[in-house]
Design a protein around this ligand. Structure first.
Ligand code: CP
Length: 302
């Protein structure tokens, strides 16, 4: 594995599958690896808020026998006011005190600057709006756990503003499988970032729909294997048009359609989705613990 995990493309499909095969053991993973990370220290730097990612990384490290240090507000470090220590200096300094770093930044350039100074592995817990690689690992693990290891040929419906780090990493990650067709339901003219689509050119077919009716007109709703939802940013004008009613959900999709959402939810994912048989977003968050534990083991066990 590359020293740092900043993009989901920093790991190969084989490495991803190895991580999944260890994560599959769930709690037995911790029984088998009790104290494996004894003596190791994780620096956990969440410079942007997090519930799931932060706590699952920390919990995984502790359950494997390691210890964690860190801070979650740059203003409580010397890279905040009044000194604004350069982030590459911070990377040099933090590397002295730990064996591995997990970091989330509000701006992707902060991550780029920080890793210029580090000498221990850095795992991104989300960098600006560019990538969230361990969310993609968790998403893809949840899918392979439900649909089997070969995701080739599936149709995916994405509902949400498609310029988000979760969607970026998910698409780059799933481009490891063949013949993926992604259908994106969003306001007309709001497109995936070109810097991302350039990385999966010819590997994923992308279709855009400006309304739910447009999508239904294409007649493939019963062939959708996965609905990947994420936040619909309020600045997209037709916010309410993309919130599926319960009737639309049950009438148009088969009950085994997997629904993923990285959470936290906003208006796009009403509570009535929770009763749908294929809703997996709480399982997805639960799986994050095992996927991140397995990822740590991949760094420390050769
Ligand atoms: N999915 C996700 O990144 O959630 P948090 O922001 O709570 O970590």
């Amino acid at each position: 594995m590359n020293k740092n995990l900043i993009s989901i493309l920093d790991i190969t499909k084989t490495q991803m599958e190895d991580i999944f095969s260890v994560a599959k053991a769930k709690d037995k993973l911790f029984e088998k690896n009790y104290n494996t990370l004894s003596g190791k220290i994780l620096a956990s730097l969440f410079l942007q808020p997090s519930t799931r990612t932060q706590l699952s990384f920390q919990s995984a490290f502790l359950k494997l026998g390691g210890k964690t240090i860190g801070f979650s507000d740059i203003n409580h470090s010397r890279s905040g006011p009044p000194y604004y220590e350069p982030l590459d200096d911070m990377g040099i300094i933090v590397s002295n005190y730990c064996d591995i770093i997990v970091m989330r930044t509000i701006d992707a350039t902060y991550m780029d600057d920080f890793i210029k100074g580090t000498s221990v592995p850095v795992i991104s817990a989300g960098s600006g709006n560019i990538e969230h690689p361990t969310q993609a690992l968790t998403d893809l693990f949840t899918l392979t756990d439900s649909l089997g290891s070969d995701l080739s040929g599936i149709n995916i419906l994405i509902i949400g503003t498609p310029r988000q780090r979760t969607i970026n990493s998910f698409l780059l990650g799933i481009s490891n499988w063949k013949n993926i067709h992604v259908h994106i339901l969003c306001q007309k003219g709001v497109l995936l970032m070109e810097s991302i689509t350039n990385k999966f050119l010819n590997k994923i077919e992308v279709s855009y729909y400006a309304s739910f009716d447009d999508f239904l007109d294409c007649g493939i709703s019963n062939q959708i294997s996965v609905i990947y939802m994420d936040k619909i940013f309020k600045e997209t004008y037709f916010y309410d048009e993309f919130v599926m009613t319960s009737t639309q959900l049950y009438q148009n999709f088969t009950p085994d359609t997997i629904i993923l959402h990285p959470l936290p939810r906003t208006k796009e994912l009403p509570k009535y989705f929770d009763e749908f048989p294929g809703s997996k977003y709480f399982t997805q968050a639960y799986n994050g613990l095992y996927v991140r534990a397995s990822l740590f083991l991949s760094y420390f066990i050769s």
